[in-house]
Ligand binder design. Sequence first.
Ligand code: HPA
Length: 265
Amino acid sequence: MNPTIEGVSDPAVAAAAVRVTERPRVGLILGSGLGDLVVDAASRTAYADIPGMPVGGVPGHAGELVVGRLGGQLVAALRGRVHMYEGHSAATVGFPVRVLHALGCQTLLVTNAAGGLNPTFVAGDLMAIEDHVFLPGLAGANPLVGAPAFVSMVDAYDTALVALAVGFDPELRRGIYAMVAGPSYETAAELRLLRAIGADAVGMSTAPEVVVARQLGMRVLGISCITNLALPEMRAPVSHEEVLETGRRVRERFGRLVTDVVARI
Ligand code: HPA
């Protein structure tokens, strides 16, 4: 229970609404396009049927928690997530990770779509997240506000899991993920700022979930799909459709990588 965070429910009550016969060890957050990765699902629970689970409404993001086998492991997968740009607090965005943990998950594998700030990246690249810059969090929108826990984040992303992923997919990029609140995309000046602070990719998710996972002692692997380039000198606007389309294009490779990694966690 996390009683002091206003509006955030009890993860144990939420987890009790999910039918499981065995405890899943690995939790997955499946971003755009990866939703149907878990086959032979043992159970599917709509977010609407899980007490306290936030329900989103962005196209491309379904809303159900699936427990099933992937790479021979029992996993609990969140098909779809909510974002701060939908008006949710960071604590609410992080709540589903508490549910995964309450179900038994010790490792979190989180995927997302991101814009590529590193000029050597191309759309369709996959990037293992080595570290993040949580801009809304630095400005006060941290998921632990309200029930302060002084969680170390210097080792947030598990280096052994990054090495495991690179071993399976040698083309995998590595880099730093900057989280912005969105939903508008960045101005050219903002993209220059993000590059100046060392970010390789920019997106609108993941960091709140990772803070919560680290509070709970979970190991974390994050993989970004670079769906578009986000370069300040590029004047062409990014579209949500382009982001979804690139996600679909690399789905198979992304799915294979996630499956291979899960099999060895
Ligand atoms: N900026 C922010 N978030 C994103 C982008 C981007 O260019 N692409 C996908 N998510």
